[in-house]
Design a protein around this ligand. Sequence first.
Ligand code: NAP
Length: 257
Amino acid sequence: MSRLNILLLGGTAEASALARRIAEDNRFDGTLSLAGVTRSPKPSPLDMRTGGFGGVDGLAAYLRQHDVGALIDATHPFAAAMSANAAAAAAAASVSAIALLRPAWRERPGDRWIRVPDMASAAAALGTAPRTVFLTVGRKDLAPFRRAPQHRYVVRSVDPPPPDLLPEGAIFIAARGPFALEDEERLLSEYRIETLVTKNSGGTATAAKLAAARRAGLPVVMVDRPPAAGPAVPTVDEAWEWLVARHREAAAARRGV
Ligand code: NAP
């Protein structure tokens, strides 16, 4: 049986789950690509490559050189540059591509969300009066909060941000999800958090902070997602079905059907 060669752009739990399925199925070969931003990424059963491709042209060249038959963009919903590059490079190299984009979180009864389009607006939404703010926006996106030094920040991310990105006087917590509701409630109370700031990442691993904020009656500044770059499916199962269909198509094309 001829195998279809997959390039899987990762950095998410969904990418890891899909990597396991690809590795276990002899219809596919696959490579998991990571940006190389996390210090100790989880091991994968697929071959791994790390680091940027060098923009659209670099990725298109990679797709051709490695005879990639299908591309899955399972990067984070906020990895907008990579997703745009993936869609453009796949089109340039005539490779079938899809994004695996987990559904966004939706506001529920009891939530006090302030929805904003970007990180600068999130910092502005905190207002001028000093507040104690739980910042869970990732370590790359802290700059606007440095420019709002009236607030006291508790910053949580997987790896520590470079010291020049951390807001002055911020408390830093290194942690990787999944997080439990009781731990999130304890954290909000221990640090006397008044407002939570988060990206609308979706998924279950980091959703407990939203329930904890709801139960404590705290406002949540919610940064909306950038628009998707191309066609997308919401679940690992649907991405898998898409891959199986691409394999079937490739096999039919080889038989000249
Ligand atoms: P980004 O701004 O969209 O990407 C910046 C550049 O990093 C891309 O142009 C690309 O460089 C390189 N890159 C990104 N993802 C890559 C991948 N999977 N494989 C190879 N190169 C990659 O991305 P980001 O927001 O910095 O995110 C970086 C990684 O962290 C992604 O893999 C994403 O899934 C993960 N992540 C991001 C967030 C978030 O909130 N943004 C949260 C959790 C995990 P070239 O142009 O040179 O190819």
